[in-house]
Design a protein around this ligand. Structure first.
Ligand code: SF4
Length: 374
């Protein structure tokens, strides 16, 4: 089984906090899809004979491109490989691009899961994030998506400048009242060179402090659990059976192929694990799509171990303690670290597997680093 990712690098305008690779010139949409078709032909050897369990249209803003172009690529894929009978085909969408008709069209094209970049239901948060949709659109489109698709995910951001705990709670409760099958909650990450970063540097706005951010995350975990969601990954909550198949498979370090500019791929061949990255330039991608891969690296045993520990702790399927002790040069220290974390209420062990507790999720990276590097 294989999963596929397509990076669609177009957005109407850049949001204040975003540092993804994207362009705002829509004139290149058709040339991009022609290049994608050529990249797909060039990589057909990796696709032939495979069964695809999930396809993820990410970006950028996939909902910005005509549905006929998405359908065309899906048709090309179908001629090269087999889609699993219960395939998940997910599309990231911004509320301002969606009408009832577009959603019907997307569904008819084979999209099974809509991932809505809502980010907030509050006008003041949307404004500071530089989002292009209104709070009303967030609600109207989420409700419409839930009528059209069997699986809808809503992305929310917390820790936005000016936000306090009561604002976050109001935002979260609006999302929970709509009851999407999946909820992603991201703590605002202020990336260098973004508009938001510059505003913070100049003291124009300030982000909530660490204690408030930790409380926001704790409220999200508590409320999601009360509404019946499973906390299956650090930032992700779902109703039974509605996890993101593509994301979960990549967190489990299963192979995936990425298409489009700046997309990454991960291939497994026996004991070998290979990471690849496509060129992060739309013009270079369009000029030579058959040579889009510009980075290719086989992971060393240390890199594989590090990835496994970081990723396994993020998801709720646990990390094998025996693996941790055997593969780590500092394996003799692992038991002591685990005891310390368990004493603090950050980890629990069950049947040879180590899990983070809700408190432990707040320190996930610290715990992973301590288990790897001692
Ligand atoms: S819509 Fe998403 S990808 Fe596009 S600029 Fe905003 S955050 Fe970035």
């Amino acid at each position: 089984m294989l999963t596929l990712y397509l990076h669609i690098p177009f957005c109407k305008a850049r949001c204040s906090y975003c540092d993804f690779y994207l362009v705002t010139r829509q004139g290149l949409v058709d040339p991009f899809f022609r290049a994608l078709s050529l990249e797909t032909v060039a990589r057909s050897a990796d696709l032939t004979g495979t069964i695809i369990s999930a396809i993820h249209f990410g970006g950028g803003t996939p909902s910005l491109v005509p549905v006929r172009l998405l359908r065309g690529w899906l048709d090309q894929l179908r001629s090269l490989c087999t889609f699993a009978a219960d395939i998940e085909i997910a599309l990231e969408a911004n509320p301002e691009d969606l009408t009832e008709e577009t959603m019907d069209e997307l569904r008819a094209a084979g999209i099974t899961r809509l991932s809505l970049g809502v980010q907030s239901f509050l006008p003041e948060k949307l404004k500071i994030l530089g989002r292009k949709h209104s709070a009303l659109e967030s609600q109207r489109v989420t409700a419409g998506a839930l009528r059209t698709f069997d699986s809808v995910s809503v992305d929310l951001i917390c820790g936005v400048p000016g936000e306090d705990l009561s604002m976050w709670n109001a935002d979260l409760q609006t999302a929970l009242a709509l009851y999407p099958q999946h909820l992603s909650v991201y703590m605002l990450s202020v990336e260098p060179k973004t508009l938001l970063h510059r505003k913070i540097e100049k003291g124009i706005v300030t982000v909530p402090d660490d204690a408030v951010q930790a409380s926001m995350y704790a409220v999200a975990m508590r409320e999601a659990a009360l509404h019946g969601y499973t906390h299956y990954e650090l930032s992700n909550f779902c109703l039974p059976g509605h996890h993101s198949r593509y994301n979960l498979s990549s967190w489990k370090r299963e192979p995936y192929l990425g298409f489009g500019p700046s997309a990454h791929s991960f291939l497994v061949a026996g004991e070998r694990e290979i990471r690849m990255a496509n060129v992060s330039s739309l013009t270079r991608y369009i000029a030579a799509p058959a040579h889009a891969v510009v980075f290719h690296e086989e992971l060393s045993a240390e890199e594989r171990f590090t990835e496994q520990v970081f990723l396994s702790l993020r998801i709720n399927s646990g990390l094998e303690v025996e693996f941790l002790q055997k593969e780590n040069k500092l394996g003799h220290l692992v038991a002591r670290s685990i005891d310390q974390f368990t004493g603090k209420g950050w980890t629990v062990q069950h049947q040879g597997l180590l899990y983070l507790t809700e408190k432990g999720f707040l320190f996930a990276d610290y715990i992973a680093a301590a288990l790897i590097f001692g």
